[in-house]
Design a protein around this ligand. Structure first.
Ligand code: PGA
Length: 229
């Protein structure tokens, strides 16, 4: 099965920079690529005829939820899915396992795909709680063929520290024993470490932050993934 590589742009790139990215981005065949731009750049990205996911989605169909976006609105725009439960949402915006579940269910119910993020913090890993945290976070996720899980150890996100391939494999194998789905690895993935991570048997792809912002670097990451599919 082809690897799935998702680029999470976080709060980077307005519509103009989005178009510039696609002018320079080249992806080989034999890899599934998804781009997750900020809300204001979704329309520009969708116009490039590329699979586009939002970075978040609300569970209600509509209502008095200032600053939120519904699944139906994303569908109307031609967006194909959404991230849910990214650790930055959990850390800075009060996201809980329960709201992650609600967001995932609403998105799937509207026909969107979902990449649901799970992962332990450094303190949780050091306290020996990794397995309990992953079990708790995965337990709430709906069973659905359009849901993919991203394992992102929080201590590896944006830090340059990557889980060893063995550690990633171990966490992915646990997640797969709990939930029958593809599991992406995330946390400082870049062209230099992609091959060793993506060649682990339980690593079905990657969720890439920093290294997805530069078209040349993201293109080379996608080429590496294609060569391993
Ligand atoms: P990073 O981010 O690749 O910059 O570590 C990954 C993520 O947060 O999805």
């Amino acid at each position: 099965m082809a690897k799935l590589i998702a680029g999470n742009w976080k709060m980077f790139k307005g519509p103009t920079e989005t178009l510039a990215f696609f002018d320079a981005f080249e992806s080989p065949e034999n890899v599934e690529v998804v781009i997750c731009p900020p809300f204001v750049s979704l329309e520009a990205a969708v116009a490039e005829e590329w699979p586009v996911f939002a970075q978040n989605v609300h569970w209600a169909e509509e209502g008095a939820f200032t600053g939120e976006i519904s699944a139906r609105m994303l569908v109307e725009l031609g967006v194909q899915g959404s991230l849910v439960g990214h650790s930055e949402r959990r850390l800075y915006f009060g996201e809980t396992d329960e709201t992650v579940r609600q967001r995932a269910e609403a998105a799937l119910g509207a026909g969107l795909g979902v990449i649901a993020c799970v992962g332990e913090t450094e303190a949780e890993r050091e306290a020996g709680e990794t397995e309990a945290v992953l079990r708790r976070q995965v337990a709430v996720l709906p069973r659905h063929e359009a849901l993919v899980i991203a394992y992102e150890p929080v201590w590896a996100i944006g830090t340059g520290r990557t889980a060893t391939p063995e550690l990633a494999q171990e966490a992915h194998a646990l997640i797969k024993s709990l939930h029958e789905t593809r599991v992406l690895y995330g946390g400082s993935v870049k062209p230099e470490n992609a091959a060793e991570l993506l060649s682990q048997p339980a690593v079905d792809g990657a969720l890439v932050g920093g290294a997805s912002l530069d078209a040349a670097s993201f293109s080379s990451l996608c080429r590496i993934a294609a060569s391993l599919s």
